[in-house]
Design a protein around this ligand. Sequence first.
Ligand code: MN
Length: 249
Amino acid sequence: MRILISNDDGVAAPGLAALHDALSDYAECTVIAPDQDKSGASSSLTLDRPLHPNTLPNGFISLNGTPTDCVHLGLNGLLPQVADLVVSGINLGANLGDDVLYSGTVAAALEGRFLARPAFAFSLLSRLPDNLPTAAYFARKLVEAHESLDLPPRTVLNVNIPNLPLEHIRGIQLTRLGHRARAAAPVKVVNPRGKEGYWISVAGDAEDGGPGTDFHAVMQGYVSVTPLQLDRTFQEGLNRLQPWLEALL
Ligand code: MN
């Protein structure tokens, strides 16, 4: 069993090391991760320059690219043997609801969609590493359990872990994605030379965060597991559009 591990917080992130440590005696693990923080990179590929893999003293491969670049290269020729499974994280920060659209953590897992097995994305609800052991524990537990899981390809399991010590976790809940309200307005800044710019601000609060959602589960102290699919086709929209299109002809 071979696992390709990546993340979007960068190759030096503590969550990446924690994930590798959690899985390294379960499978043959290879780590390929961005050389810098690429949070928010979504499923972007670098097409304007070559990518240069650089093996670090700890064996992790650093790449001057995005999380998607890392997994793409890892599954398409960089490694002597293709991985069986892609696991991403552990991200420091939630990937709930609308976050999955922007998340490089989720994107890295999505890039593993051509494999026969479901991919995993793990996120801890904290910017601090204190409770990474909790997230690492569930990462190991869930990845190990994938062997008895029957899911179609192109399925990603998006896992969010509350920022709690292990003994305070109440269990694991299967959830759907909630929705966030609009993000706060970008913050205007002026550099020392008078040039104006903007920082993208923080994500909005949960707007649809009731029972059954990922937001609700983690707020109640449960690990949230949401199955994601790549197909974003709005099936009901197909029916509604048909008469509209016919009327145009
Ligand atoms: Mn991140």
